[in-house]
Design a protein around this ligand. Structure first.
Ligand code: ADP
Ligand code: UDP
Length: 242
């Protein structure tokens, strides 16, 4: 399968750390997202590539968006176009990252003075302001209103959807031998509706093997643990059956 955006000469409108966005011909309501092999960590301080990550992450996201749709949760996903590209609705993005946590890891473990891997009694939901320059500072709903980042009702709806998604994803990964430790979601508005956007991949989730607690996600890259491509491939294999 060839890259449609290159083949058709569509205009690149954005290049981020992990993806590129292309116009979809003259259709302003749609975009192509192209998944790169580039990997960054610690707000861009660590840079590298992960072989085949673009193909794995495109496929994993497509499968998980389909799984969510089957469970009544709508996303920006329209269609898989090629190994590294999917067609999505062009959303007005909320400048907020929604992080949901089921187990302690990373900054939460540090902040609360507990070890990594402690099961939380109920999920923790955190909001971050999406800004590379500021290093994505943590915010809350009052910031959304005070700094005019969007409508509170939209953020509340996104929060509810983020928690609903938790049930579906936790269950799916549990059945496939993995703990869903935490993950980050992004949402946007399309025709007045809040839709899940961006990606759901090992770049944006922490997944641990249920038996060995081995990390099967981007922490292998962040912490130089080796076996990075194999970890992405494992999630790719699990999700290809959806
Ligand atoms: P970053 O911009 O953080 O480096 P990426 O490399 O993943 O991240 O770039 C993808 C960009 O596309 C992100 O900024 C994300 O908010 C945005 N995006 C994702 N889905 C959509 C969509 N459906 N419509 C418009 N923008 C989107
Ligand atoms: N995350 C992400 N993009 C970000 C920040 C976080 O995808 O810009 C994901 C990350 O992969 C992890 C979860 O959100 O699964 C929590 O990440 P955070 O950076 O808060 O990690 P911590 O601070 O706990 O190390």
């Amino acid at each position: 399968m060839k890259n449609i955006s290159e083949e058709k000469g569509f205009k690149k409108i954005y290049e981020g750390k992990a993806k590129m966005l292309y116009e979809y011909g003259g259709d302003e309501k749609k975009l192509i997202t192209y998944f790169k092999d580039d990997a960054t960590a610690f707000n861009g301080q660590k840079k590298g590539t992960i072989a085949n990550k673009g193909e794995y992450n495109n496929s994993i996201s497509v499968s998980l968006f389909k799984l969510l749709k089957n469970n009544g949760i709508e996303s920006h996903f329209i269609e898989k176009l090629s190994e590294r590209e999917m067609l999505v609705y062009n959303l007005k993005m909320l400048p907020v990252e929604f992080v949901v946590r089921n187990y302690t890891a990373g900054s939460l473990a540090k902040k609360m003075g507990v070890e990594e891997g402690v099961k939380l009694i109920s999920p923790v939901l955190e909001l971050y302001f999406k800004s590379d320059e500021l290093g994505d500072p943590m915010i809350n709903e009052t910031y959304v209103k005070a700094f005019d980042m969007g409508e509170i009702k939209d953020v509340e709806e996104a929060e509810n959807i983020a928690l609903k998604i938790n049930g579906v994803l936790k269950d799916f990964f549990d059945k496939n031998g993995l703990l869903l430790v935490d993950y980050k979601l992004e949402f946007g508005i399309f025709n007045g509706r809040i839709l899940l956007a961006d990606e759901i991949t090992p770049d944006t989730m922490r997944l641990w093997d249920k038996l060995t607690l081995e990390k099967v996600d981007k922490d292998r890259f962040r912490r130089d643990l080796g076996g990075v491509e194999e970890a992405y491939k494992r999630i790719y294999d699990i999700t290809s059956n959806i």
